[in-house]
Structures are given as structure tokens and as C-alpha cells.
Design a protein around this ligand. Structure first.
Ligand SMILES: N[C@@H](CCC(=O)N[C@@H](CS)C(=O)NCC(=O)O)C(=O)O
Length: 400
């Protein structure tokens, strides 16, 4: 399995490709921790290995040097990502090229002027926008015509969200949020950005510019997805779904009332209140345990994993409540939670939109009459105790 050192600055979108591929393959990648953009990559020692002085750059454990983010990503990937047949491998190269030649330059030409780091020219920006739309329309049609993909991924927007919310992607970039509004041209921004060019600030600006570049790429993706006409059309054409919980009898447990009570009172009151109101005939209680605890690294990333799952389950809030906890510390942690929802079956199976994350957890239905269930509810609702391996409670998140 590939292993080595990656030279990059933080949040480099080109390095994300490499790091996400490594999440899938399990390749061991160390990020050079003393790397300073503009310094390290211009040093004699670096240029000897990587003559262009660009990052990301990768040095394998046995001293081989690779540049070009796509090549590095390919090197650290596995067969699943590289493709198994000639045609699959050719398609991988096709989409690498598509992203670099069709999406990236047009996205930058669209967004950089709006962020004030390139002069604004309305015609050029409009032209770039059209180019992005054209490329995404082609991608959208491609996804729609793939029989395997047609059903779950009806358009680029959904495909993008699916990819970006995979645990392997989230472990690298955290929880990605789509832009809420379209960027507008602001002449002040350009003046401000161009104004600060004293020599002393140059280096700092370089690195800011580069991390900005990463942001821009994200922004452009957000923008592009947000403005995509065919996506909007496809979304509008989808049948309006009712909430799957609506089909199940409500019973006597007023979940909203309990959520309000839980938010406003401390657990000494809200947990007895839960048991007093809980309706076991129409609601069920589940323990969800993350299956890949040994892959969890930084606590904040694991918390992003929980928040991401909650976000994707937004519509499920109507009939569910959960408290998920992270136990332990960086590189030694676990995630588990207590979930309560309407109905007696595993609620995620009720709706395809709820199925992105649930298979990463093992689900155990709990018997509400049992003492162990009372103890688990007590522990998870009050954010105390430890996991099965004795890791102490660290952080909790409520789904309501
Ligand atoms: N095609 C290369 C582009 C690499 C690249 O342009 N890297 C920029 C930072 S994102 C860089 O290192 N610039 C430094 C320089 O041009 O001196 C790749 O995908 O890896």
C-alpha cells in the first residue's frame, strides 16, 4: 500500500483529491508539518526533488517523487478508484481532464473577479458562467443516462452532495456547506485586494491568495451547483414527497413537546418526562453505533461527521430525536447515539434520502421496559459516562 509524505498548504483543494483517495485506499500519508508555502517549495532541497516548486508534491517512503495532484491521487488510490478495466481507467482520466480543463478554469474565471482577486469584466464573467453551465449540463446528462446512477443520483447536485458527504471526503474537508447566495461583483473588493502590495506583505499575500484559491474553487463549485438550470429543472420535476412519518400513526407521544421540554429543562426533569410521555406502541428506541471507530482521527472531524449526518436527515427531524455522543480523544474515539423515532422499523429504510449514512452504523432496537435501556437513555440524554471500551464522554450533539 502506498505511503509517503505530502507537501501542501492547508485547505489546498488539489491536495483534497489526494487525501480523499487515501481515505478510500487506506494509504498512509504524512503531511509535511513544517511546510511553509512560498518558502519550503522554493528551497533548494525542494526544487531538487520537485523542480517546478509547486504543490501538492509527494515523496514516497522509498524516495520517489511525484508531482501533479491527479497523478498523486492516482498513486495513493486503490483499484476501486483507479478503475479495473481499460475503459474504466480511460474514463477516470477523462473525468480528471474534464475537471481540470472544463470546470476549473471556467470556475476561476467566473469567481475570481467576484472575489476581487482578478479584474472584473462583465463579458468575461458571463462567458465563464456559460462555460461552467455547459460543462455541468454535459455532466448532468451523463449522470442521467447511466442506468446504475439514474435512480439514486438524478442530477449533478445530488451526485455532488453524495460524494462530498462520504465519510472519506468528510474526514478530509469536514462538513461542506453549499453557498446560500450567489456572489455579486463588488468593485471595492478588487481595489482592496490590489491595494495591499507592499513587499513585506507579499509573502503573506501569496499564501492567502493560495488558500483563497482553494476557497474559490469551493465557492465556484457551490455557485455552479446553485445556478445550474438543468438541476433546478430536474429538482422541480421530481415528485413532491410527503414525509414518510406521516404514513405512520402518531400515537400519544408528542415529540415536539418533548423536544421543547428537553431544550428548556435540565436532564433531572427531562428524562423522567421522556419516560412519562413515551408511547412504546408507536415509537421505538435504538442504539446506533458507528462501525468504523478505528478510522476516526481528530475529534472535530468526527463531530463534523455527526453534524453532517444530521443535516442530511433534516426531514427526519419531524418524527425523530437523537443524542449522539463522541467518546474519547483524537485518534482514540468512538461515536454512538440513542435514537427515538415514530414507528417500530429502522426509520432510514422509509426514505432513500435518509440512506447516505445509516449503513455506517450498526442499529440495535432497545426494549423500553428493560433497565439497560433506561440506563442508556439516561447516559446519552445527559451526556455522561463512557463507551464500551471505557473512553470518556467528550462531546454530544442533539438531533431534534
Ligand atoms: N497542475 C498542478 C498545479 C499545481 C499548482 O499550481 N500548485 C500551486 C498551488 S495550488 C503552486 O504550488 N504554486 C506555486 C508556484 O506556482 O510557484 C496540480 O494539479 O498539482
Amino acid at each position: 500500500m502506498a505511503s509517503g509524505t505530502l507537501y501542501t498548504y492547508p485547505e489546498n483543494f488539489r491536495a483534497y483529491k489526494v487525501l480523499i483517495a487515501a481515505q478510500y485506499s487506506g494509504a498512509h500519508i504524512k503531511i509535511a508539518d513544517d511546510f511553509v508555502f512560498g518558502e519550503t517549495n522554493k528551497s533548494e532541497a525542494f526544487l531538487k526533488k520537485f523542480p517546478l516548486g509547486k504543490v501538492p508534491a509527494f515523496e514516497t517512503c522509498d524516495g520517489k517523487c511525484i508531482t501533479e495532484s491527479n497523478a498523486i491521487a492516482y498513486y495513493v488510490a486503490n483499484d476501486q478508484l483507479r478503475g479495473k478495466t481499460d475503459i474504466e481507467r480511460a474514463e477516470i482520466i477523462q473525468w480528471f481532464g474534464f475537471a481540470d480543463s472544463e470546470i476549473l478554469p471556467a470556475s476561476c474565471a467566473w469567481v475570481f473577479p467576484l472575489l476581487g482577486i482578478m479584474p472584473y469584466n462583465k463579458q468575461n464573467v458571463e462567458h465563464a458562467k456559460d462555460d461552467v453551465k455547459k460543462a455541468l449540463t454535459a455532466l448532468n446528462s451523463h449522470l442521467l443516462t447511466q442506468p446504475n446512477l439514474r435512480k439514486p443520483y438524478q442530477n449533478v447536485n445530488r451526485w455532488f452532495q453524495t460524494v462530498i458527504y462520504q465519510p472519506e471526503s468528510m474526514a478530509v474537508i469536514g462538513c461542506f456547506k453549499l453557498a446560500e447566495k450567489t456572489l455579486e461583483y463588488d468593485p471595492k473588493k478588487f481595489a482592496e485586494t490590489q491595494g495591499k502590495s507592499s513587499k513585506k506583505e507579499k509573502k503573506e499575500k501569496e499564501s492567502k491568495k493560495e488558500s483563497k484559491e482553494a476557497k474559490e474553487a469551493k465557492e465556484s463549485k457551490k455557485e455552479a451547483v446553485e445556478e445550474l438550470d438543468p438541476t433546478d429543472i430536474a429538482l422541480a420535476a421530481e415528485p413532491k414527497t410527503t414525509n414518510p412519518f406521516d404514513a405512520l400513526p402518531k400515537g400519544s407521544f408528542d415529540l415536539d413537546d418533548f423536544k421543547r421540554f428537553y431544550s428548556n429543562e435540565d436532564e433531572a426533569k427531562s428524562i423522567p418526562y421522556f419516560w412519562q410521555k413515551f408511547d412504546p406502541e408507536h415509537y421505538s428506541i435504538w442504539l446506533g453505533e458507528y462501525k468504523y471507530n478505528n478510522e476516526l482521527t481528530k475529534v472535530f472531524m468526527s463531530c463534523n461527521l455527526i453534524s453532517g449526518m444530521y443535516q442530511r436527515l433534516d426531514k427526519m427531524r419531524k418524527g425523530a430525536f437523537a443524542s449522539a455522543c463522541l467518546f474519547g480523544t483524537d485518534n482514540d474515539s468512538s461515536i454512538s447515539g440513542i435514537w427515538v423515532w415514530r414507528g417500530q422499523e429502522l426509520a432510514f429504510t422509509l426514505c432513500p434520502d435518509w440512506q447516505v449514512d445509516y449503513e455506517s452504523y450498526s442499529w440495535t432496537k432497545l426494549d423500553p421496559t428493560k433497565e439497560e435501556t433506561k440506563e442508556l437513555v439516561q447516559q446519552y440524554f445527559s451526556w455522561t459516562g463512557a463507551d464500551k471500551e471505557g473512553r470518556k464522554f467528550n462531546q454530544g450533539k442533539i438531533f431534534k
